[in-house]
Write a protein that binds this ligand. Structure first.
Ligand code: GTP
Ligand code: MG
Length: 195
């Protein structure tokens, strides 16, 4: 990712990753950045409990959101997670959100609720089916599209694997487009939101 011109006083774009615990959000950040020590990953679900910001080349932020669907959280924790998430989605700071779904599983009720929030708050989004390496090659795109359809979204999701880097180049190109769109709309945003 190259170095972009910066608009004076403009906040860098934020691209967030949402999805259930263990779906591979932190691994996706590490794979895209070619830095396996950047975001902490774990076999134990619930590793990322806070909103973590990763500044990428001073150009934009990857925002690693805490995963949901983690069994060991209390009702109170779930409520505060909901407030944190809705507050962030409605803040107007987000340029784009990636909603990650495990390519092998039907979306959960929490995935559906997250998708509904994304639509409700009008956040530009992309669905990404993770852990593609777990399925035979020919089944990957159909399974990804079926996840999107079962979520109630248009039936397309990008196929991604942090293990084999499948989909990495496509995702980098997609991020390039997201950032150039965000930069084009920056002056208006500056007038409306920032100053
Ligand atoms: N086979 C395979 N395993 C993956 C892939 N992506 C992530 N994993 C594994 O899945 C586990 C969870 O990955 P994380 O990136 O920590 O998941 P997360 O979504 O950040 O989880 P939380 O922080 O708990 O919300 C780790 O053991 C990863 O190595 C992938 O593409 N393929
Ligand atoms: Mg994580």
């Amino acid at each position: 990712m190259g170095i972009g011109g910066s608009y004076p006083g403009r906040l860098p774009a934020e691209i967030a990753l949402a999805g259930k615990s263990n779906v591979g959000k932190s691994s996706l950040i590490n794979s895209l950045c070619n830095n396996h020590k950047l975001a902490r990953t774990s076999k134990v679900p619930g590793k990322t409990r806070l909103i973590n910001y990763y500044s990428i080349n001073n150009r934009f932020y990857f925002v690693d959101l805490p995963g949901y669907g983690f069994a060991k959280v209390s009702g109170n924790e779930r409520e505060s997670w909901g407030r944190l998430m809705e507050g962030y989605l409605s803040s107007g700071r987000l340029s784009h959100i990636f909603l990650l779904l495990d390519i092998r599983h039907d979306p959960s009720e929490e995935d559906k609720r997250m998708y509904e929030w994304i639509i409700y708050y009008g956040v530009p989004h992309t669905l990404i089916a993770t852990k593609a390496d777990k399925l035979p090659r020919a089944k990957r795109q159909p399974a990804a599209d079926s996840c999107a359809k079962k979520l109630g979204a248009p039936p397309f999701a990008m196929v991604f694997s942090a293990k084999t880097a499948q989909g990495r180049q496509e995702l980098l190109c997609h991020i390039g487009r997201i950032l150039s769109d965000a930069e084009r709309s920056a002056p208006a945003q500056k007038l409306l939101d920032i100053e």
